[in-house]
Ligand binder design. Structure first.
Ligand SMILES: Cc1cc2nc3c(=O)[nH]c(=O)nc-3n(C[C@H](O)[C@H](O)[C@H](O)COP(=O)(O)OP(=O)(O)OC[C@H]3O[C@@H](n4cnc5c(N)ncnc54)[C@H](O)[C@@H]3O)c2cc1C
Ligand code: FES
Length: 241
């Protein structure tokens, strides 16, 4: 892990309030799918954790949603940004067909993960959940990789009406091997239903390197786990959600 001033190659809005940024950085040589980087957004002291969406030879792509002041400031950045990482453990790449399940801004880290599983010759199915049709992003990118993609929207404006769990049910799959990233209620619902795979968690972070205990969750025996260092990816059923 190290920090550097990365050159911003592009920074564009791809859906309402969803931005895609590509940065030239040596971190690309070390990064694995499911890891994240910590982004310095002056004048704020705390870095913003953002997942790695795609790993190229000399650059990384991130997808971020404008939520508060930090991510809003990121939309104005053009030249360089200071990044630290790669942080966390990432998704394991196993000899296993997978169901990738993403909700909202949990979708981005699944893209590089899909590429790695496909490269291994595994079958990759994708289920994406959003609130409404206008918020959908990255559906075509997964299709372009050759993955079957199911969409669930809460208001029924596209795909199945309901959650990602409803979309998986509709396919009649009993207990798929899932790799999931998304909001807490989505992960909780998946953990209630399924027993195989991994969940990527989000938590408010300070240090991002396992030192401050600011991002702790508990496992089912009550032991503390740091989302930034022990995760963000945990075996499904390990964390008490
Ligand atoms: C491991 C990890 C990966 C993430 N990957 C992505 C991603 O790929 N794309 C994306 O859009 N978002 C992602 N997030 C969420 C992202 O970090 C927050 O949306 C962002 O930090 C908000 O910053 P802000 O200044 O705009 O919001 P503010 O609310 O102004 O932020 C205030 C403080 O709270 C922190 N904070 C606010 N919301 C979150 C949150 N949901 N998670 C963690 N810290 C938060 C900020 O970092 C900042 O320190 C990820 C979070 C984590 C923990
Ligand atoms: S953010 Fe400091 S230990 Fe995780």
């Amino acid at each position: 892990m190290f920090s550097e001033d990365a050159r911003i190659l592009s920074n564009v809005e791809i859906a309402p309030d969803i931005w895609k940024m590509e940065i030239e950085t040596r971190l690309a040589k070390e990064a694995r799918p499911g890891q994240f980087i910590e982004i310095q957004v002056p004048p704020f002291f705390l870095r913003r954790p953002i997942s790695i969406n795609e790993i190229k030879e000399n650059s990384l792509v991130i997808i971020y949603k404008v939520l508060g002041e930090g991510t809003l400031k990121m939309t104005t950045m053009k030249d360089t940004l200071n990044v630290f990482g790669p942080c966390g453990n990432g998704f394991p790449i196993e000899n296993q067909d997978v169901y990738l399940v993403g909700g909202g801004v949990g979708v981005p880290p699944l893209y590089e993960t899909a590429k790695r599983y496909l490269k291994k010759g595994q079958k990759v199915q994708v289920v994406l959940g959003f609130n409404s049709k206008d918020q959908i992003f990255f559906e075509q990118e997964f299709k372009d990789l050759g993955c079957p993609v199911s969409i669930a929207t809460m208001d029924g404006s596209a795909g199945i009406k309901g959650t990602v769990v409803d979309a998986i049910h509709e396919q009649g799959i009993q207990d798929p091997f899932i790799l999931a990233c998304g909001p807490y209620p989505m992960l909780k619902a998946l953990q209630r239903e399924y027993t195989k795979g991994y969940l990527s968690l989000e938590a408010r972070m300070a240090c991002g390197i396992g030192a401050c205990m600011g991002c702790v969750v508990k496992d089912k025996e009550g032991h503390s786990l740091r989302v930034c260092k022990d995760g963000p990816v945990f075996p499904i059923q390990e964390v008490a959600l």
